[in-house]
Design a binder for this molecule. Structure first.
Ligand SMILES: [Zn+2]
Length: 255
């Protein structure tokens, strides 16, 4: 994998336009499918409203978003209604997020948020476009990247270093169990995963996760039984091999 956009690409002219061409060409040339390991992914011939690439081997679909600077807490995305409708669909795209450097014309970071990390809770509705806008009334969406657990941000390139492909594929496999959950029930699971990660240690206690009771209660104001809900999610994560049970009230993150 070479990180440079290459000299064959269209010369730098109007900023975002040529950057889009470069980043798309780069993904088509160098990115592999993180789901099945296929060495290439292909561009959709006709512009698809949501996906940019697909894998000819396993049919996974991918959307690419790229920008110069690092992505912040929220990422602008497509139409809100379409996004929500596609959540449960088998062809909902995985999301590639790329940062590039315009001086060196190269990829700096490329990570992927697998589609099974998309729950209704991480898609925010934007305000409808003003009546004066060309697409007046159109409602876009934002992806709340800060609500996605770290295990849902799989780096292929990190700080200009290409990570080993085996590592990327293994990280991808580790959370595939989330696909068996509906997007509705996934939200809780992802939020508890995020709390467990936030503890920042491989072994932790139930009480330590309970410390997030208030935080989780704020995220789900309708739920009065946060502690039982936490226990339920931990049990699920244990059954799926994401964490393991050490002793009464003690868990360990599987590496
Ligand atoms: Zn594939």
């Amino acid at each position: 994998m070479k990180l440079g956009f290459g000299e064959s690409q269209s010369p730098y002219s109007s900023g975002s336009q040529s950057a889009r061409a470069w980043t798309e060409a780069w993904v088509g040339a160098w990115a592999y499918c993180p789901h099945c390991g296929n060495s290439k992914i292909s561009t959709f011939r006709n512009n698809s409203p949501l996906a940019d690439f697909f894998c000819t081997s396993c049919r996974e679909e991918f959307e690419l978003k790229s920008q110069k600077g690092k992505f912040g807490a929220k990422v602008l995305d497509g139409e809100f209604k379409t996004k929500c409708e596609r959540l449960a669909a088998s062809n909902n795209p995985n999301l590639f997020l790329m940062n590039y450097d315009l001086n060196t014309l190269a990829v700096v970071n490329l990570f992927i948020v697998p589609k099974h990390f998309f729950a209704r809770e991480i898609i925010e509705q934007r305000k409808p476009l003003a009546a004066t806008a060309r697409r007046a009334g159109w409602i876009g969406s934002k992806i709340l990247l800060d609500r996605v657990p770290e295990s849902g941000k799989i780096h292929i390139v990190q700080n200009s270093i290409v990570r080993p492909k085996e590592l990327v594929l293994a990280e991808w496999q580790k959370t595939l169990f989330l696909r068996s959950e509906s997007p509705e029930s996934r939200g809780w699971l992802l939020d508890v995963m995020k709390c467990v990660e936030a503890l920042g240690k491989s072994e932790f206690t139930l009480d330590e996760v309970y410390a997030y009771e208030r935080h989780l209660g704020d995220l789900y104001p309708g739920n009065q039984n946060v502690k039982p809900k936490i226990r339920q999610q931990l049990q699920f994560l244990r059954d799926r091999g994401f964490i393991e049970f050490v002793s009464r009230g003690r868990y360990r993150l599987r590496s």
